[in-house]
Design a protein around this ligand. Sequence first.
Ligand code: F1P
Length: 358
Amino acid sequence: MAIKPTKYAQSETYKEILSQGDVWQSVLQELKQSAYEERMLRSNNRKTSWVFVGCGTSFYLADAAATSWTLLTGEPARAVPGSEILLYPALTRSEASILRAIVISRSGRTSEAVRAAHVLRKEMQIPTIGITCAEKSELEAECDSTLVLKVADEKSTVMTRSFTSMLISLQWMAARRAGNTEFCDSLEVMATQFAMRIRSLAEQMEAFVDRNSFEDYVFLGQGPFHGIAREAALKVMEMSCSYSQSFHTLEFRHGPKAIVTARTALTFFLSQSGLQSEIEVLEEMKELGGVTIAVCNRANENIRRASDLILELNLPGDELTQLAPHIVPIQLMGFFTGASKGLNPDQPKNLTRVVVLD
Ligand code: F1P
């Protein structure tokens, strides 16, 4: 679907952000055709616990994937940055139950991720799965098996469609492991419908950033949406060099709300599971004078009253299928805010596409 003429049409990052609905559909088709998960995910009926590993955006992906995994399979799962496997291996080695590891890396070349896969598989004898967007990577050489999502790879330095595509793939694998084919089908419906929604969300966010500028950016989410809030904070930092933080929504009352002013943008990733409690925090921050942004599936009257901007996804299905779409409006916020500050989101300051250590 052609991009409407915009001053950003030449930007690889912008094009890749807008390509997500379409790319997700291709990723789900590839997963359906691949016998990948049969081999690696076959249930051994003994409670397995999972450790998800990554660095930077891939660590926050690990966070959202681990919480999704537990909600879909009932198996314990947690996210660990690659550096913790290397510097504090005892924290992982001590796990009593059967452990499996999933190491996430868009490039498959991030030193901490590749070395972590080696330690997990070779030194801890933990079966290790890799997931990446690059073929024949160093990570693949260190893992028992690797899922390669070539179609989701990107030229952009910051991770956008690779983040959402790898997250959706891990959710799909968790649902397959749990025998939940209905969830896999609803991911396909979500991807098709979101492809039709993404442009109006981009127009909404572009207009909002044109009208507003902020000193502080705060992102709030509970459960699986907390990993999304952490990634949102990183995206705005990476693309616009702004001061940005993330918290569990209800935790924001316990001190951090001290920073709220009219120059603070507070973005709420509203879940269906915790909606009422999360709306109470939204209303309280509005009363404190903050500028409030709600990213939700469907807005009700209370949300409309307490929000300066509402990004409504209007998608069918389980709230977990809407996890990846929730980050897209904030990828756009980071992009437009960076551009409004005269920065080039395609070449973010101080960043390289991969962190390779000696
Ligand atoms: C991870 C990562 C990116 C970050 C930057 C440096 O890369 O930290 O999240 O935006 O591009 O690399 P990878 O291990 O997923 O390739």
